[in-house]
Ligand binder design. Structure first.
Ligand code: ADP
Ligand code: MG
Length: 393
């Protein structure tokens, strides 16, 4: 689960990570009360969407920049009005962009230097890794590609936590001395506490900045959480913004289906994440493009299968469906009944290829045959993939 910058900064504050003062606004009526928190002078207006690269982004009406330095409160209000409700396209949103439904006003900082600091999970070592660089503000992927020596990584043993020598190593590599070193050390420890205690999968500060006065602040904040740990954090679940999520994915989560929308035209309904991945691969292999990842789980009910069909048909790009079920725990006949019911309920007109194998497959195939539905049966995964690719071509 992801949250907005303004929410991430409020969370940072709880953990003592210094951030510039700010106030969010969700409607034009909120602008004046939010701006009353600031003295007259330069104010930064920031569009709140779950995507980075806002500074360099452009709104669909041509207005440039989702992060704007404004010389006065009146100018900030005018800029906020242009952003709110407008759609911002950045390098991370895709061409459709994201509608801005919240604005964040924040203090303008006199930046001495911008750095990069992030904490995430390193799957290879099964440890949190702190990634830091003196090249902040810019795209970190580019730094990693062109000048990897400018990126420092510190792996934290979760049993011991972040050690002082590791904090010193980071401070040294980033070139901090004096007051900056003291403040940066404190910030790194507090950011690690935030990452650890909230079960975050990533906290990213880009840029982390220093000021002439020796302060070190998080100027931007991006935080995502491990969905599997959300049950421990109701206060974080409360920060979820459904506007930022694909409605089909929200619907899927209500039925405990793992669904991820993609941009192809062949919908897949599969049981098991591994099989779902291989199904997408084999569709690609035969020249098609999957419209989604969908795992109905090891023990899906008829209702879940019906819900799954409705969700995949909610995607207007879908031109055909392939069902690939291996019945290990799953009873193939339950899936077959779900398919029959779903197809009748939604009045399916698109080509449907079904490959069933495993537990109770004979009864499953009999159910499909007896239903009189116009569906094509696939004998193997390859056969099913080729058949659906041919039918949507
Ligand atoms: P994004 O990463 O989505 O583009 P950022 O919050 O990182 O958004 O802002 C982009 C750039 O705008 C920053 O690298 C920084 O140079 C500038 N900026 C952002 N917030 C402030 C601020 N409060 N004061 C001064 N400059 C800012
Ligand atoms: Mg940024």
């Amino acid at each position: 689960m992801n949250i907005h910058e303004y929410q991430a900064k409020a969370l940072f504050e709880k953990f003592g990570v210094p951030v510039p003062k700010g106030a969010p606004a969700k409607s034009a009526a909120d602008f004046d009360p939010a701006l009353a928190n600031f003295a007259e002078g330069t104010i930064v207006v920031k569009a709140q969407i779950h995507a980075g690269g806002r500074g360099k982004g452009t709104f669909t009406d041509g207005f440039k920049g989702g992060v704007k330095l404004c010389p006065s409160r009146a100018a900030a209000k005018e800029t906020a009005a242009k952003m709110l409700g407008n759609t911002l396209v950045t390098a991370q949103t895709g061409p459709a962009g994201r509608k801005v439904q919240t604005i964040y006003f924040t203090e303008a900082c006199a930046i001495k230097k911008e750095y990069y600091l992030a904490i995430l999970l390193d799957r290879a070592s099964s440890r949190p890794v702190i990634v830091a660089s003196t090249e902040g503000g810019v795209e970190i992927e580019k730094v990693a590609h062109e000048t990897p020596e400018k990126i420092t990584k510190v792996f934290v043993d979760p049993a011991y936590g972040l050690a002082d020598f590791q904090v010193r190593e980071l401070i040294f590599k980033l070139g901090f001395t004096g007051n900056e070193a003291k403040n940066a050390g404190k910030l790194i420890r507090q950011l690690y506490a935030c990452f650890w205690e909230t079960d975050a999968s990533m906290v990213e500060v880009n840029p982390l900045i220093t000021t002439a006065g020796g302060d070190v602040l998080a100027l931007d904040a991006k935080v995502s959480f491990d969905d599997n740990a959300l049950f421990r954090h109701p206060e974080i679940v409360a920060l979820r913004d459904l506007n930022e999520e694909d409605p089909k994915e929200i619907e899927a989560s209500k039925f405990s289906l793992s669904y991820i929308a993609l941009d192809g035209n062949i919908a897949c309904l599969v049981n098991g994440a591994g099989l779902a991945m291989s199904t997408m691969d084999i569709i690609k292999h035969f020249g098609g493009t999957p419209a989604n990842f969908l795992d109905v789980g090891g023990g899906a009910s008829k209702e879940q299968v019906v819900a799954a069909f409705k969700i995949i048909l909610g995607d207007p790009n879908v031109k055909g469906i392939v069902v690939n079920i291996f019945g290990g725990i799953m009873d193939c006949n339950v899936i077959a009944q779900g398919i029959v019911e779903a197809v009748k309920e939604v009045g399916l007109k698109l080509p449907l290829v079904v490959r069933l194998e495993g537990n109770n497959v004979v009864a499953g195939k009999a159910t499909l045959a007896a239903s009189g539905l116009k569906l094509v049966s696939g004998d193997t995964m390859a056969d099913a993939a080729q058949k659906i690719v041919k039918r949507v071509a």
